[in-house]
Ligand binder design. Structure first.
Ligand code: SAJ
Length: 445
């Protein structure tokens, strides 16, 4: 163990990162920048080619420069050949996806495949770190026995195994990787120490715990946020029934020093929040009283709600959805990113298309349009439309010139503000029918 610590400290440890996606590539680039020799593994040839050419295949602030610098310095290289990379490595960080299936059950096939490869090539003293999000109990019940049986080595003695969950959000991944406290939970005390030592070379603060606690803590973070957003969404619907503005209500409630209600919106997207709550409750016995599942259902309802208020607004001015052109602003799941995974814009657009609307979508960052027509610019997208739906809170949409928009739209134009970023007073003054999440009196919802 002493040698391992020394190898970490003087950066002579050979590190490989299995999976070069939104989390894996920032991991590889940051460890390379800390002085380690990194081999980044991926199954996609285009990802490997791009990284080896010195560029980032992902649009993440600062990542392109970091990849370029470390590829040039010879500290970072990517490969498709996982067996070769793993055979050379002293340590591996697993960063593969752990999605949920159609029945909301975890799909651990990518993780299991990674473990299979690692177990088959593992040498004594190897450090294995799982950073993919996993359901509680997986490290001790599945990961440890699988690696032990394949390698014929004992965890925490013959090799070191820890869960070090990632806590980064797309758009600020590099900053958060370094600055957010990181949990290191080993399957035994030696594994915790080694994993913490390794991550301290990049992260400012590493907190030592055990694998089982780290698993639940990681899921608790995202589930807490998901439940909070669902509360905000439900509160928005309550506010409408009382004829008060949810934005103002939340702003006022949050002046209480111990209250922090999140922001209502058109739904909750991204690769983590829609799935992690299901990982947390996987195989638990909670009966019917399940706040986590209910919260998920509330937020899953929000895209339908956006479509319903659109239909209502159109009906109100005597228009039919079938003959209407709807401009959807934003396909990314949140502001300032080009990531559309599980974006609420997907179900909103699909629902509108199935109702016979003509849908055109515009996003200054994203290239996914969910079968809507692709708008080339904001002004071209809204041209001759009957209704605008603001689905993403990109800064560009906060600054739109309402008078200019109105002129290029059809008569009696509507704004459905899913993010509450448009000034409602101004919109009404200019001549829009303004509808927003948690704004105004609404019935029939
Ligand atoms: N959203 C709201 N209202 C809010 C906040 C967010 O409707 O008040 C929506 C967003 O628009 C988006 C979704 O929720 O559609 C999720 O956005 P997010 O910024 O909360 O989450 P992610 O998925 O980008 O990143 C989260 C982060 N977790 C927490 O903030 C607790 C990040 O730190 C995690 O590392 C990441 O999940 C992960 O990988 O688990």
């Amino acid at each position: 163990m002493k040698k391992l610590v020394k190898d970490i400290q003087n950066r002579s440890l050979y590190l490989t990162v299995l999976g070069s996606g939104y989390v894996g590539l920032p991991t590889s680039a940051l460890f390379a920048d800390a002085g380690f020799h990194i081999i980044a593994i991926d199954i996609k040839p285009e990802v490997v080619k791009t990284v080896n050419s010195g560029a980032s295949p992902i649009n993440e602030l600062g990542l392109n420069d970091l990849v370029s610098r470390n590829v040039q310095a010879g500290r970072l290289k990517a490969t498709l050949n996982s067996t070769e990379a793993l055979t050379q490595a002293d340590a591996v960080i697993i960063s593969v996806q752990t999605p949920i299936d159609q029945n909301k059950k975890p799909n651990l096939s990518f993780l299991m495949k990674a473990l299979e490869e690692i177990g088959n090539t593992m040498k004594e003293g190897m450090v294995v770190v799982v950073s993919s999000t996993v359901p509680p109990g997986i490290m001790l019940e599945k990961v440890k026995p699988k690696l032990e049986s394949l390698s014929d080595l004992k965890a925490d003695v013959g090799f070191y195994l820890a869960y070090v969950p990632e806590r980064i959000a797309p758009g600020k991944a590099l900053k958060e990787f370094v600055e957010s406290p990181r949990l290191a939970g080993g399957v035994g005390p030696n594994s915790t120490k080694i994993a913490a030592e390794l991550f301290r070379t990049v992260c400012k603060k590493v907190i030592e715990t055990d694998a089982a606690t780290a698993e639940v803590a990681k899921l608790a973070e995202n589930t807490f946020r998901d439940v909070n957003i669902a509360f905000a969404n439900q509160l928005a619907l309550i506010c409408e029934q009382h004829g008060v503005d949810a934005t103002e209500v939340i702003k006022l409630a949050n002046t209480h020093p111990r209250v922090n209600i999140h922001t209502p919106g058109p739904g909750v997207g991204g690769p983590c929040l829609p799935k992690d709550p299901y990982l947390l409750i996987h195989k638990t016995k909670l009966g019917d009283q399940n706040i986590i599942k209910t919260a998920r259902q509330i937020s899953d309802y929000m895209p339908k709600y956006i479509v319903r208020i659109t239909l209502q607004a159109l009906k109100h001015i005597g228009k039919n959805i079938k003959n209407s052109k709807i401009a959807v602003l934003g396909t990314a799941y949140k502001a300032n990113i080009d990531d559309s995974r599980f974006s609420p814009s997907g179900p909103i657009i699909q629902n509108l298309l199935s109702l016979g609307a003509k849908v055109i979508a515009y996003d200054p960052y994203c290239s996914e349009f969910f079968n809507a027509e692709q708008g080339e610019s904001l002004i071209e997208t809204v041209k001759d439309s009957d209704c605008i739906i603001v689905a993403t809170d990109h800064p560009e949409f906060k600054e739109i010139n309402l008078s200019r928009l109105k002129k290029s739209m059809k008569n009696n134009p509507i704004i459905v503000d899913g993010r509450r970023i448009i000034d409602s007073v101004e919109a009404n003054k200019v001549g829009f029918k303004y509808c927003g999440v948690g704004y105004g009196v609404r019935d029939e919802i």
